[in-house]
Design a protein around this ligand. Structure first.
Ligand code: FAQ
Length: 336
C-alpha cells in the first residue's frame, strides 16, 4: 500500500503527487470543501489546499517521530525483562512501534515530502514528538504502565484518526490501532500479575509507576481546547474528530474502573465521580511542565535525540547498501 523507500532523490519525487497542481482556485476549493462536508476521503492524487497538506505533514510526521522515539523508553528494558515470556512480548511490542513509524513516514511521503527531510527535522530538534517519551523508565513496572496508560491514551487518540479525512493516514491508523490494543492489554496483564500475585515490594513498585506516569499521560492529549491553536481547523477538515479535552475525559472515564480492578489509585486528590455530568472530575494538569518538556527541556529529551541521531549515523552503511542493491536490480532489469 505504501512505498518502503530507502529514500533517495528519485524515490522521494516518485512518492510525491507532483502531477497535482498546487494552484488554488475557487472551483478546486469548492470541490475540496464538498468532499470534506460529505465526509469523503482525500487521496494523494486529489487536489488539496496547501494548508491542509502542511497540517497533515506536521501531524503525521510528529506522530511517526513519536513512534520511533517511543521505542526507546521500553527498549531500555528488553535486556532486563524478568522472564523469557515478558522479553518476547516486549521485543514484539517495540518492533511494532518501529513498524508504526514506517507506515506513518510512508503516509507522510504521499503528501510530497521526503523521509530524509522529516528525519532531518527530528535529528536537529526542529520537529516535535510526543512529550510522554521524555520521561525515564525507572523500574520494570514502568513497562507495564506504559502499555496500560500510554498505549491506552494512544488508542483513545488514534481510534478517531481511523476516520481521518486523509485516506493514507486513516488506513494506517486502522492497522496501528489493532496492534496498540495488544500493547495495552499486555501492559495491563503484566501489572495485574504483579498486583494480584506479587510481593508487597512489587505492588509498591506498580503504584509508584502509576504515580509518576498518570499526569504525563493526561497531558499527552495536548493542551486544553481553548489553548490548542490547531484544533478548530483540524476538526473542520476532518483530521481531528474529537477534541483534546474530550479525548482526555474519555480516557479518565475508561481508565479509573481499570485502576480499581488493578488495585491502584491515581495521584489526584480532586478525582471524583460527577453524577450530574456522568463523568469523573479531575485536577489541574501542570501545563508549564508539559511545555518545558515539549520545548526540549524534559528529563530525557537530550538523551532521546542523541540516541536517535547515533542510530541514524550507524545505519548509514545499511541505507547505502540498500540503495546500491536497488540500483543494481534496476540496471539488471533494464539490461534484461
Ligand atoms: N507532545 O494545537 P494542538 C504513541 C503540540 S503515539 C508534544 O492541540 P494538534 C504510541 C502540537 O504538536 C503518541 N507536542 O495540536 C506509542 C502543537 O505544536 P505544533 C503520539 C504536543 O496537532 C505508545 C502544539 O502542541 N500520537 O504514544 C503534544 O491539533 C507507547 C499545540 O497543540 C500522535 O501523534 C504532546 N503530547 O493536536 C509508542 C497522534 N500535544 O505542531 C511507543 C496524532 C500537543 O503546532 C510506546 N496527533 N503538542 O508546533 C494528534 O492527534 C495531534 O497532533 C495531537 C495535538 C492531539 C497530539
Amino acid at each position: 500500500m505504501y512505498t518502503q523507500s530507502f529514500i533517495n532523490a528519485d524515490a522521494s519525487s516518485a512518492a510525491a503527487p507532483a502531477q497535482v497542481s498546487p494552484i488554488e482556485s475557487p472551483e478546486r476549493m469548492a470541490a475540496f470543501d464538498r468532499a470534506i462536508d460529505a465526509d469523503g476521503r482525500i487521496e494523494p492524487q486529489d487536489w488539496m489546499p496547501q494548508a491542509y497538506r502542511k497540517t497533515l505533514i506536521r501531524q503525521i510526521s510528529q506522530h511517526a517521530h513519536s513512534e520511533i522515539v517511543g521505542m526507546l523508553p521500553e527498549g531500555n528494558w528488553i535486556s532486563r525483562a524478568p522472564s523469557l515470556k515478558r522479553k518476547a512480548i516486549l521485543l514484539a511490542k517495540v518492533q511494532d512501534e518501529a513498524g508504526h513509524g514506517l507506515y506513518l513516514y510512508s503516509a507522510a511521503e504521499t503528501l510530497g515530502v521526503s523521509r530524509d527531510s522529516l528525519l532531518d527535522a527530528l535529528h536537529t530538534g526542529r520537529a516535535k514528538y510526543s512529550s510522554i517519551f521524555n520521561y525515564p523508565t525507572l523500574t520494570w513496572a514502568d513497562v507495564g504502565v506504559i502499555g496500560w496508560l500510554v498505549d491506552g491514551a494512544a488508542i483513545m487518540n488514534q481510534i478517531p484518526l481511523c476516520r481521518c479525512s486523509y485516506g493514507p493516514y486513516a488506513r494506517a491508523m486502522i492497522r496501528v490501532c489493532k496492534e496498540e490494543s495488544f500493547h495495552q492489554r499486555q501492559g495491563y496483564e503484566a501489572l495485574l500479575v504483579m498486583m494480584k500475585e506479587g510481593t508487597d515490594a512489587q505492588k509498591a513498585m506498580v503504584q509508584d509507576a502509576v504515580n509518576r506516569w498518570w499526569w504525563k499521560c493526561l497531558a499527552m492529549f495536548g493542551p486544553p481546547d481553548a489553548d490548542s491553536p490547531n484544533s478548530a481547523q483540524g476538526m473542520r477538515w476532518g483530521i481531528k474528530r474529537i477534541s483534546n479535552d474530550d479525548l482526555r475525559q474519555k480516557f479518565v472515564d475508561a481508565t479509573i474502573p481499570q485502576a480499581e480492578v488493578l488495585g491502584v489509585t491515581v495521584p489526584d486528590p480532586d478525582l471524583k465521580w460527577n453524577a450530574d455530568r456522568g463523568h469523573y472530575d479531575f485536577g489541574a494538569i501542570d501545563w508549564d511542565e508539559f511545555w518545558a518538556t515539549v520545548n526540549g527541556n524534559g528529563p530525557c529529551n537530550r538523551e532521546r535525540l542523541a540516541t536517535r541521531v547515533k542510530a541514524w549515523d550507524e545505519g548509514q552503511w545499511v541505507r547505502e547498501a540498500a540503495v546500491a542493491h536497488a540500483n543494481k536490480n534496476k540496471r539488471e532489469e533494464k539490461a534484461a
